[in-house]
Ligand binder design. Structure first.
Ligand SMILES: [Fe+2]
Length: 244
């Protein structure tokens, strides 16, 4: 029987669909608690800019070898019903008991749990975390990490325009590491501007701002890292800016 690509992935596995998107209602958050540390971190992160490289060197030879160990662990990233989107992920840090092939998207967690967990609670390394040796230094420097995953956009893979964690009390901020030689195989837009990125480089990205991604080649591969938003971790980012 031919595969139905709206319900099954390329390997014939049934999709773990994400929860449907709903319009966010913030009007019930009038009593939201925003700490002094939240404000301090957010203002300092805002001062960095929306898209800034850090000075870690990711070894491409290590990544080439790591890929061989990870090859069977890719699973569709956050599929939505009725939409074809060729993107895969491998879970690196998630819930206790998760494995590298557990669904990685927050909306997939919501479908499974009935609520969206906090990024910082998804802090348990899967077996894939230690297989990604090319990122050891980054993970050690910023750990313990929240939800983190490898994601690979293939030809036609995309993230539509969206924002992540817009509230000032977000518990984590995002780093994105670009692996391999994906430099011109995909496009990142943040705050209405196309951003240039260097391969084998990790960036602080202000994903509170409107952003989208599109890929037109296979294997546009990134690591998405959620770092706990503490003053110490913000200072660690400042200490490793490529252009300080
Ligand atoms: Fe995002």
């Amino acid at each position: 029987m031919p595969n139905n690509y709206f319900s099954h992935d390329k390997d014939g596995r049934e999709y773990s669909f994400a929860a449907a998107e709903t319009t966010a209602d913030y009007t019930n958050l009038v009593d939201l608690k925003i700490s002094t540390e939240d404000l301090q971190c957010e203002l300092q992160l805002d001062a960095i800019g929306p898209w800034e490289p850090l000075n870690f060197q990711i070894d491409p030879t290590k990544w080439r070898n790591d890929q061989k160990e990870l090859v069977d662990l890719w699973r569709p990233f956050q599929p939505k019903e009725g939409i074809l989107n060729d993107r895969d992920s491998i879970l690196l840090y998630g819930m206790l008991g998760d494995t590298p092939v557990s669904p990685t998207g927050l909306a997939q967690y919501k479908k499974k749990l009935g609520y969206k967990p906090k990024e910082s609670d998804l802090c348990y390394p899967t077996d894939a975390a230690k297989l990604l040796t090319c990122c050891d230094e980054i993970f050690d420097y910023f750990g313990p990490l929240g939800r983190s995953f490898l994601v690979r956009l293939n030809a036609g893979g995309f993230y539509p325009k969206h924002r992540d964690h817009i509230l000032l009390n977000r518990d984590t901020f995002r780093l994105i590491a670009f692996l391999g030689d994906a430099q011109d195989s995909m496009e990142w837009e943040v705050s209405g501007q196309i951003r240039q990125f260097l391969p084998n480089t990790v960036y602080y990205v202000d994903t509170r701002k409107l952003h989208r991604l599109s890929s037109w080649h296979p294997n546009s591969t990134m690591v998405v890292v959620n770092v706990r938003k503490t003053w110490l971790n913000v200072l660690k980012v400042l200490s490793r800016l490529k252009h300080s």
